[in-house]
Design a protein around this ligand. Structure first.
Ligand SMILES: *Cc1c(COP(=O)(O)O)cnc(C)c1O
Length: 438
């Protein structure tokens, strides 16, 4: 019978864990997970943890969801994988058709990859290549927002503004401009979120006016800037950005890798600004948190610019597992659950309930900027501890909850299957943790 301690030491020796200073694991133990069920993760010795961050924002309908499991078992008996160059299969076609029906208007072409960063790379390459194919080869720059996060490959880092992830690789990365984030926490005293969003958009306008000849695309996380600490902003910024990008012939790339699939209350965050981007990026929740899959959706004008007799005009990008049938089936099962269970409506009820019971947290003297968008909640904690994030993570685990604060920002991004009783537990335990750390 394996025990926790055994797995921990073997993991430390053989596995290089992501986003981790490995030396920290001399004091901070890894958490060994043996199985999962619903919002709960279980270790090998009977310990349990409520997965309040959906395992890095990917899980939507709980761990080991019976319906997604059944779809995958069915697909395993038919076809596990086939290359997508020169071949096709029912799951990838169905998924593309259904996404096109659900997404903002016009995004009828789906290009697949396996992770979010690759989706960013694809959108950047497709955008610049579009301009080259259209006789404007000088449009090769990109712009993004301050505190943006679009992934950690070298191209994606060139539009990511998180110093901790970027500084060591500065010499390897193309320099792109960043523009003020409409994050409402930065609004002036008494200024509304919408007013601040439009004020930030005037700086976007000034930049585009001056540099549009060299700019291929503006990439943005709609409504919530996730990895920079769940910064939220008013949809007016997106509407204005769409209009400005149209005016200055710059593509708008909506990175909905984190906020898509219902996270902000609508299936896609762009819906709240009633806009359609030139590229829509999805990953994370698209397979319900089961398998790596990402997709770049775009419209026919982009597609047609690559459609020619000349091979080099085509988009020759590829990944070995592009359009993997198992991942596509998990995504189809995920879309089925959205439709069958009226998930967006049910989530509105859940969010109302959580906002109601969260009053003691919102009003806590050490809690600032309590905010919510759909099934995302975040707040800052005033704490004397410089290593607040690490302490909070450890203490929360002792209280059976998985929180992964970013600096002093604590957030909840639970699987949508969370029950009212589980929300009660999450809130009560979080309050205990905050009490102990503030
Ligand atoms: C997570 C994330 C990415 C990168 O996705 P990976 O699968 O981790 O490469 C890109 N953009 C946003 C907004 C994300 O949240």
């Amino acid at each position: 019978m394996p025990n926790n301690a055994d797995l921990l030491s073997r993991s430390r020796a053989a596995v290089w864990h992501p986003c981790t200073q490995m030396k920290r694991h001399e004091i901070l133990p890894l958490v060994p997970i043996a199985h999962g069920n619903g919002v709960w993760l279980y270790d090998q010795e009977g310990g349990r943890f409520l997965d309040a961050v959906s395992s890095w924002w990917v899980n939507l309908f709980g761990h080991c969801n019976p319906r997604i499991n059944a779809a995958l078992i069915d697909q395993l008996g038919k076809l596990e994988h086939v290359m997508l160059a020169g071949f096709t299969h029912e799951p990838v076609v169905q998924l593309s058709e259904r996404l096109a029906q659900l997404a903002p208007a016009g995004l009828g072409h789906c290009f697949y990859a396996s992770d979010g960063a690759s989706a960013t790379e694809i959108a950047l390459k497709m955008s610049a290549h579009f301009w080259r194919n259209s006789g404007q080869p000088d449009k090769t720059d990109f712009i993004s927002l301050q505190n943006s996060y679009h992934g950690e490959t070298l191209g994606a880092l060139s539009v990511t503004d998180v110093a901790l992830f970027k500084d060591a690789y500065g010499a390897l990365i193309k320099h792109n401009a960043t523009l003020p984030s409409p994050d409402w926490r930065d609004a002036a005293q008494g200024e509304s979120a919408a007013h601040y969003a439009l004020r930030c958009a005037t700086e976007l306008e000034a930049h585009l006016q001056q540099h549009h000849q060299h700019i291929a695309a503006f990439i943005i996380e709609p409504l919530v800037q996730g990895a920079a600490g769940m910064a939220m902003y008013h949809p007016a910024y997106l509407s204005r950005a769409r209009a400005l990008c149209n005016h200055y012939h710059v593509h708008l790339i909506a990175d909905e890798i984190a906020v898509g699939m219902g996270r902000t209350g609508t299936l896609f965050a762009c819906e709240q600004a009633a806009i359609s981007p030139d590229f829509l990026l999805l990953s994370k929740g698209i397979t319900g948190g089961y398998l790596p899959l990402s997709v770049v959706m775009t419209h026919d004008i982009i597609y047609q610019a690559f459609y020619a007799d000349d091979v080099a005009r085509g988009f020759l990008h590829s990944h070995s597992y592009t359009g993997n049938p198992l991942a596509c089936r998990a995504a189809l099962a995920t879309l089925d659950i959205f439709a069958e269970d009226d998930v967006l409506r049910v989530n509105r009820g859940k969010a109302d309930y959580f906002n109601h019971i969260a009053a003691p947290l919102r009003d806590h003297p050490k809690v600032k900027h309590f905010r919510n968008s759909g099934m995302i909640w975040a707040f800052e904690v005033d704490s004397p501890h410089a290593d607040f994030a690490q302490r909070c993570f450890s203490l929360a685990l002792q209280h059976e909850i998985l929180l992964r604060p970013m600096g002093n920002t604590v957030y909840f991004m639970p699987p949508y299957v969370i029950s009212e009783a589980e929300m009660d537990l999450l809130l009560a335990r979080t309050l205990l943790v905050i009490e102990q750390l503030s």
